[in-house]
Design a protein around this ligand. Structure first.
Ligand code: ADP
Ligand code: MG
Length: 216
């Protein structure tokens, strides 16, 4: 199958006793599809997402993309993007420089970077704001920049961990629609984690429920 395939994934944190955060999860996401992982705080959503992206090592199971086992593929070679709840922008950089960051790391030439930044600004509805300091943005604008930054290198999968949780209710429901549209417009495969059922059904083509380390 094409896209993401997770098989019998387990994430266990060391301790006495060890914490079994993910206890055997299997799921598939087709290319271009967005799946939401919905569940209460502490059920293992972030741990599952982290293992998929590669920032946490699973204790068992496999993560494959287009059939290729990613066990020995480091985070930066997976072409997966990650957006956190609070964006984690670089505060000393402009909007444009934040969006260009991953492109610069990847060695993309200056002119091509500038063109891609303009494309992304338009995609997330921030055209003309490239020179603005990120400290002068609203919370919603900051999350749009975070989204643009993670999409700039054209990740094959974008993982979003409660991307709207730090925003107020009104903005959240508007941005949920925008995130869905942006993922669709860019053809990006998405895995979005949330504890909000309404948000999950707006953002994703398919919603999976998680409880106590398992899909239910
Ligand atoms: P969620 O994202 O659904 O809130 P998490 O994946 O963050 O859930 O956490 C699942 C469980 O794993 C919780 O019991 C949490 O306390 C525990 N946990 C998460 N991260 C760590 C860690 N780095 N070390 C030890 N335990 C952790
Ligand atoms: Mg979490």
């Amino acid at each position: 199958m094409s896209g993401l395939a997770v098989r019998d994934l387990r994430v266990t944190y060391p301790g006495r006793p060890p914490v079994e955060a993910v206890r055997g999860v299997s799921l598939e996401i087709e290319r271009g599809e967005t799946v939401a992982l919905l569940g209460p705080s502490g059920c293992g959503k972030s741990s599952l997402l982290s293992a998929v992206v590669g920032i946490v090592e699973p204790s068992a199971g496999t993560v494959r993309w287009d059939g290729e086992d990613l066990a020995h593929v480091p985070v930066h070679r997976r072409s997966f993007g990650l957006v956190f709840q609070d964006g984690q922008l670089f505060p000393h950089l402009t909007v444009g420089a934040n969006i260009a960051f991953g492109l610069e790391m990847a060695g993309v030439a200056r002119a091509a970077r500038a063109a891609r930044v303009d494309e992304l600004l338009e995609l997330v509805g921030l055209s003309g704001l490239g020179a603005r300091a990120v400290t002068e943005l609203s919370g919603g604008q900051r999350q749009r920049v975070a989204l643009a930054r993670s999409l700039a290198p054209r990740p094959r999968l974008l993982a979003l961990d409660e991307p709207l949780s730090s925003l107020d209710a009104d903005l959240r429901s508007r941005l949920a629609v925008e995130v869905r549209d942006i993922l669709r417009a860019s053809g990006t495969t998405g895995l979005v984690v949330t504890h909000d059922a309404a948000e999950a059904s707006v953002m994703a083509d398919r919603v999976l429920r998680m409880e106590d380390g398992l899909l239910v």
